[in-house]
Design a protein around this ligand. Sequence first.
Ligand code: ADP
Ligand code: MG
Length: 219
Amino acid sequence: MELQDVELTYPGPPPVHALHPCALTVRQGEYVTVVGPSGSGKSTFLNVTGLLDRPTSGRYLLDGIDTGDLGDGDLTSLRGRRIGFVFQSFHLLPHRTALENVALAMTYTALPDSARRARSALEQVGLAHRVNALPTRLSGGERQRVAIARALVGQPSLLLCDEPTGNLDSATAETVLALIDQLHADGITIVLITHDPQVAARGQRTLSIRDGILTEGTS
Ligand code: ADP
Ligand code: MG
């Protein structure tokens, strides 16, 4: 991903400069963590890099594609093919099984064989034996692994994680972080947001964000 003077201001009133103009290049296969306090702009950064929000100004290139040139439909399909999301609170549909939750995400990918792919994504996260379970029957760690399977089912090149261990105890968090390490080893680019310095240290490279200003390193 390449950000050139990318900036996001929420119009308000009053306008909120949630992300000040920033320049950043993340190479395929990198594991980048972004650390910053609550309200510093971490989710805004993730929403922009995840093509959920368009920058107010600047250019954002993903795999060499200038996303500013794309209409909403093309943007959605690029997101579906390239990007997987993992959130703090899992966002699973409560009345759907693990398999259904993962298969439904394929709606946005235009790939065939959704049930088979969903099953294989659940195998990849170690949940082959839980495919028919409802989220309420799963532990927090299992739920997050279903959410990761859902993020992986479209075979993204980029995984964006917003506080993925924020709702987990430390032992469970470790299993989720180990899984993310494995996905990185498999070649997926990881951008992981956290306010926990210990979690941030697992990346190859850490960025800090404070009051919407993104800087290289921990500060
Ligand atoms: P973080 O994820 O680090 O907690 P956010 O990116 O969610 O921070 O928010 C950054 C700033 O932008 C905060 O001041 C927040 O209140 C503000 N903000 C977030 N979303 C909106 C929005 N939709 N409209 C206006 N302000 C927003
Ligand atoms: Mg946030």
